[in-house]
Design a protein. Sequence first.
Length: 144
Amino acid sequence: MLMRTDPFREMDRIVQQLSGTSGTWSKPSVMPMDAYREGDQYVIALDLPGVSAEAIDIDVERNMLTVKAERRPAAKADSVKVELSERPLGVFSRQVVLADTLDTERIEADYDAGVLTLRIPIAERAKPRKINIGVTDGRKQISG
């Protein structure tokens, strides 16, 4: 039900981690994601530790879901000397193409403990259903 848009995105993420570069608005870093089906909905979980809920932007246009977030450095007093800084800062983004069988009008989003969870219901038209067979015995139609 979900399709990846860029097969080289994971390689870009690894290179950014090794080079220590932060994401920018023009070239954001990728955020780790899990996607799975749970009953009648798809669930997408994105890791955004240290990002405030106000810094997360979720858009859906047609079948393209876009999540962007920004983690800024914590304000420090002038007397603070940073000895080590490994946590990535900057802009993070993820785009996912959603299948036509998902109901993009009813996406729900929750953010807890640094994990953004999106729940996307499967559209009614995509759910399995029984089809009645009409049988004609020559005089009247019998529904089966």
